[in-house]
Design a protein around this ligand. Structure first.
Ligand code: NAD
Length: 499
């Protein structure tokens, strides 16, 4: 399908794709596909004001009714899955299967949030005073800004948006400057749902377009109660500090440096498939991409030749074409970053397999690369950094304690996994003394999470949690209520205070 048809099938009219200041290119071939208008500081101010007004009305709507809007968004997403999935591929460069998977994830979180809208439960707590009841209630928090990264241009927004909406918070989305089109197309999907819903306040779901200045305007505004920011650790340091300085609430989902331990008892066939999907899926541009493989010395010589053979045959190509497993990197800067990291890996004693440029003749302006395996003598400096490209650093270990120490020995703490059929090792890995990550898996890779669990990580990954479990609590304010239904006024801790 020609690029223009993908854009129009996603509901984007040519008038809104021309004449703007922000140039949008497709990683498929590096060509320009649109020029959209960035939001001005005045636009952002007006957007925040509309959102604030929307909060006044939306917080009064009963939560299950708010859930009905999210149900309609889910329905509209089902109808638009194919078109939006293809646009994700065109704009972010991930293969079509993953583009469709990303929209499915949006649908899944809408379903989850609809159920959640009837389950925003608080606690009842035993009071020490007679005739008193204590309970905890949850209330809408306020305007929620969602700053998203290019690599999951729509799914990460939906994890936040579906929850924020049922929790009673209006949302303002600032997508990555690399992927504004998927945001504009998603907004149109939401507008169809809003029209069917009929009674939502204006400004409930809004989008602002631009780079870090536009993001900073949201981050610094005292009228924005929650800033959920997904992206690099560098971004998180700035955003986290700015929100904390005004005592706002932030949810930070930052970089990962995810590992897999392959133990001597591992099912190597399964491990091999898991490694390849986790290391080269989305061309190594997932926050949960497998970047460090920690292999027991006794199985290293069995696993590595098989892994290299699979890498040699990986179908690299146009992500819109079926059969492609590895699409392009997002842009030239990402390919240069990969080359630099591989040079450093060599300088730090590594042996690199693969890693060169690919498809230069067919796509001279695309950033296609051969995924790389770098066998490292130890976890050196370059291994401790997140390079957003398909580089898999491989290291040997001898004892499980040593493997866990290597796994935990990086600044990031997002995702981790172990392949082992020894229950002592696997339980150790998920115990208090095991992996220090927000996600720790057994006999599956570190990537490809489901929406039912809380998603996020520790250390430089930022500590935020989104999506399932009780992640919704971050979008609401907690209130403790003590109600005295007696005819006396006893004080807590038995304090006597007679007047
Ligand atoms: P990025 O940090 O360059 O940009 C992310 C977003 O932050 C963009 O919308 C950008 O405009 C905005 N931004 C940047 N600086 C800002 C500032 N000072 N104030 C306000 N906004 C600012 O990240 P990217 O290259 O788009 O995405 C890749 C990174 O995102 C990787 O590090 C990856 O691990 C991470 N990521 C993490 C998760 C997660 O859930 N932990 C998910 C996806 C991506």
């Amino acid at each position: 399908m020609p690029h223009r048809e993908i854009l129009s099938a996603a509901g984007l009219a040519s008038a809104e794709l021309t004449g703007g200041d922000l140039v949008v290119t497709t990683p498929v071939d590096g060509s320009e596909i649109a020029r959209v208008k960035s939001s001005t500081p005045a636009d952002v101010t007006a957007t925040i004001a509309r959102s604030k007004a929307a909060f006044e009305a939306w917080r009064r709507v009963p939560a299950p009714r708010r859930g009905e809007l999210v149900r309609l968004i889910g329905e509209e997403l089902r109808a638009a899955k194919e078109d939006l999935g293809r646009l994700v591929t065109l704009e972010a460069g991930k293969i079509l299967q993953e583009g469709l998977g990303e929209v499915q994830e949006m649908i899944d979180i809408c379903d989850f949030a609809v159920g959640l809208s009837r389950q925003l439960y608080g606690l009842t707590i035993a009071s020490e005073r007679p005739g008193h009841a204590m309970r905890e209630t949850w209330h809408p928090m306020g305007v929620c800004a969602i700053i998203s990264a290019f690599n999951f241009p729509v799914a990460v927004w939906s994890w936040n948006a579906a929850l924020a909406l049922v929790c009673g918070d209006p949302i303002i989305w600032k997508p990555s400057e690399k992927t504004p089109l998927t945001a504009l197309a998603t907004l149109k999907i939401c507008e169809r749902a809003l029209a069917r819903f009929g009674e939502a306040p204006d400004g409930l779901i809004q989008v602002v377009i631009g780079g870090r200045d536009v993001g900073a305007a949201l981050t610094e505004s005292p009228d924005v109660a929650i800033v959920s920011a997904t992206g690099s650790t560098r971004m998180g340091r700035t955003v986290g500090a700015a929100v904390a300085a005004r005592f706002g609430r932030s949810i930070l989902e930052l970089g990962g440096n995810n590992a897999m331990i392959v133990a001597p008892t591992a099912d190597l066939d399964m491990a091999l498939r898991a490694i390849v999907f986790a290391a080269v899926g989305t061309a190594g541009q997932r926050c949960t991409t497998l970047r460090r493989l920690i292999v027991h010395k006794d199985v290293y010589h069995k696993l590595l030749p098989r892994l290299k053979a699979v890498y040699d045959g990986l179908p690299i190509g146009d992500p819109l074409q079926p059969g492609t497993l590895v699409g392009p990197l997002v842009d030239e800067a990402a390919a240069v970053g990969m080359e630099r990291a591989l040079e450093r890996a060599r300088a730090e004693g590594g042996t690199v397999h693969g890693g060169g440029r690919a498809l230069g003749n067919r796509f001279p302006s695309g950033a296609y690369v051969h995924p790389a395996i770098a066998e490292m003598p130890k976890q050196s400096a370059v291994v401790c950094e997140e390079t957003f490209a398909p580089i898999l650093y491989v290291m040997r270990y001898e004892t499980i304690d040593q493997a866990i120490a290597i796994q935990n020995g990086v600044p990031q703490g997002l995702s981790s996994s172990i392949f082992s059929t020894d229950v002592r090792e696997t339980e150790e890995f998920v115990s208090a003394t095991g992996s220090d990550c927000g996600i720790a898996n057994v006999n599956i890779g570190p990537s490809g999470a489901e929406i039912g669990g809380a998603f996020g990580g520790e250390k430089e990954t930022g500590g935020g949690r989104e999506s399932g479990s009780d992640a919704w609590k971050a979008y609401m304010r907690r209130q403790t209520n003590t109600v005295n239904y007696s005819r006396a006024l006893p004080l807590a801790q038995g304090i006597k205070f007679e007047i």
